[in-house]
Design a binder for this molecule. Structure first.
Ligand code: PMP
Length: 405
């Protein structure tokens, strides 16, 4: 798929063809997105919303058009339900704060899963500490999938919110979020989906999923860094207090008190990243032109092929092998005596051969504790990767293991 649209991929690293397999951390950007940023600053940059002059009106229109494109992309009912954030992390912190202020009291419970990214753990821990609430964790089965029976047992009248990843950033597993949402809704409990690793790889339809909140980051979706979104059903967002105070989020400010703006602006204090939103809209259209289902199929084929090739190397352990995955695969290598080959050493030797992978705990330390390893090697794909690159990665990995054994 169109790797020629991504200028950064044309370079060599350490004299070798660059194989970029760190897409779960961030994706590369196509030329049209790079051009969009340059176009914004070259032709229409001006602060948005309050300007009467031409450039400000153009900038405002571009920003709001991007909001509509993204609303349509994730299947929101209205663009009012799209709140721009700095990324998934800020979206989750925002939700933990606003939802926490409105709805969480002493003794209430919030459910996350054992495979969450720190961004979907720590904001809830902080909220629980603030409100004397309790964080419950959906455990994993032997095969590392979520234990849905145990989840059913966790849902009770004290549960106020469930927040789980759509796709694990470590294991690549696609979680059964339809079932997770249905089971929570049977008890009138709202659900937040961390879509950081699903929105870049799968067609997301928040109305079909019926999730109450959804967060994602632009930079993992072929768009610039520094912007993301928090989707919320309008009836929920209407009930939440503002997050930050400042310009844009107000209706009127008087010494006697302040009234707040309507959705979505009530949650968007200060000058937003309107160049980022515009470029994200361009990236979203690029993804749609490529076909999101086609991207998903392509990446799932790459994942299946990688697992098959990795499976032929002695001493490789693939986590959650054989399960349906989007975008990412984690593994470790063990030497003939069964000792873990340190992922850091493998990562360094792969880098020397031009292959960019991520090693470490992937911001999921509780999951590493569960796997009883300090870290894993993670390969993660984007639409521009291909089988030839997997072959290069596999030979580089064989060489690295040989050198370390
Ligand atoms: N959740 C998941 C599942 C992620 O993979 C990531 C990024 N690695 C985040 C949250 C945080 O995203 P960001 O750093 O863009 O805020």
């Amino acid at each position: 798929m169109r790797s020629s649209d991504f200028p950064i991929l044309k370079q060599q690293v350490h004299g070798k063809r660059l194989v970029y397999f760190d897409n779960a951390a961030t994706s590369q950007k196509p030329q049209c997105v790079i051009d969009a940023i340059s176009e914004a600053y070259s032709t229409w940059n001006a602060n948005i919303h309050r300007g009467t002059h031409h450039l400000s009106q153009v900038a405002t229109a571009k920003h709001e058009e991007a909001r509509s494109i993204l609303a349509q992309m994730i299947g929101a009912q209205s663009s009012k339900e799209i709140l721009f954030t700095r990324g998934t992390t800020e979206g989750l912190n925002m939700l933990a704060f606003c939802f926490g202020e409105a709805f969480i009291h002493e003794g209430d419970e919030i459910i996350v899963s054992a495979m969450e990214h720190h961004s979907n753990i720590v904001p809830w821990q902080m909220l629980c500490e603030r409100k004397k609430a309790v964080l419950r964790v959906i455990p994993l089965r032997e095969d590392l999938s979520l234990d849905i029976e145990a989840y059913k047992g966790l849902l009770n009248e004290r549960t106020k919110l469930v927040s789980v990843a759509h796709v694990s950033n470590v294991l690549g597993i696609i979680n059964p979020i339809e079932e997770i949402i249905r089971l929570a809704h049977e008890k009138n409990i709202p659900v937040c989906i961390d879509g950081a690793q699903s929105a870049p790889h799968l067609k997301v339809d928040v109305q079909a999923l019926d999730c109450d909140f959804f967060v994602c980051s632009a930079h993992k979706m072929y768009a610039p860094t520094g912007i993301g979104l928090l989707y919320g059903k309008q009836q929920w967002l209407e009930q939440l207090p503002p997050y930050q105070g400042g310009g844009e989020m107000i209706d009127h400010v008087r010494w006697s008190g302040t009234t707040y703006n309507v959705l979505p602006y009530r949650f968007e204090a200060g000058t937003p990243d309107y160049v980022g939103s515009y470029a994200w809209g361009v990236a979203a259209q690029y993804m749609q032109d490529c076909g999101i289902d086609a991207i998903a199929t392509h990446e799932q084929e790459l994942a299946a092929y990688t697992e098959q090739q990795l499976g032929q190397i002695e001493g490789i352990h693939i986590y959650a092998a054989g399960q349906k995955k989007a975008g990412a695969i984690s593994f470790n290598a063990y030497d003939a005596s069964g000792k873990l080959v340190h992922p850091f050493d493998l990562g360094a030797l792969l880098d020397q051969q031009g292959v960019a992978v991520r090693i470490g705990h992937h911001c999921a330390e509780p999951l590493m504790d569960e796997l009883k390893v300090p870290g894993t090697v993670r390969v993660s794909f984007g639409m521009y990767n291909d089988k030839e690159e997997i072959d290069l990665f596999i030979s580089a990995l064989r060489r690295a293991i040989q050198m370390l054994s």
